[in-house]
Design a protein around this ligand. Sequence first.
Ligand SMILES: [Cu+2]
Length: 315
Amino acid sequence: MRTVTRLAGFAVGLAAVFGATYGIGRVVDRAPVVEGRHDGAAAHATDERGGTADRLPGGLLVSERGYTLEPVDAPPGEFAFRIAGPDGRPITRYEVAHDKLMHLIVARRDLSGFRHVHPELAPDGTWRVDTPLTGPGQWRAFADFAPTGGEPLTLGVDVTVPGELTERPLPAPATSTTVDGYTVTLTGAPQPGRTSSLTVTVSRDGQPVADLEPYLGAYGHLVALRRGDLAYLHVHPDGTPGDGRTRPGPAVTFLAEVPSAGSYRLYLDFQHGGRVHTAEFTVVAGAAPTGDVPTPSGPAPTGEADHGTPGHGHN
Ligand SMILES: [Cu+2]
């Protein structure tokens, strides 16, 4: 059992550790919170698609549109939080999105330790879950949810878990990785400012896995975090189980639009054999393009498929 200390800011000692890697302006929540709450034009003025440049990615703000992510004290081994609404009171009513009322994603600031869990809602609005914070470090916790009567939203908060900290370097970009005996390959490369098709292909023991199981309403669930500020991108699959065209593997295609060039860590959750597995990739968006050619997906799916699932925030 480990004592988990929750801090909404950034511990001074850790700032020294991380400051060299991550710009201070990005790791301190406070400044963007103020801007985000008062500068609607910058943060969320438009629902028009294709305007990512003037719309913040998700997860950068602890408070947005009147909703605030508030970690609360919890016993060792548990993580708890609530979402305060515009009146300051905890929200107790949520819409189901991707099969769940709440998606809690955590990762360390160095992009290690990713977990995606589904807390339980208590009647008073407190969400509780066995802590997904699996060791010391400066973590970012993302609450991805849709309040009843409000728009889908992803809020983020820093959480410190004390202990001896070893920062892990970001793994080099790769197009193949293994997890739990599965080999997962990635084709496609995200390009800033346009919708890019990313396809993952799952095999085991050299055999294609063609009987993936639906997980959260899809054959795969992909989250991307940007290196440096952990901007959160919820990437939607191109097609859903039962739509008559989407097959249960071995390939699953996603439509991603990244907000900028740079390095991203991709986390693919997929279910097979009754278990959820998470494959991770580092990708570099916009690096050394091989000519100014469209990505394989072309521009056609722009907008709806990657942004438009009602009830799930990617903004
Ligand atoms: Cu989830």
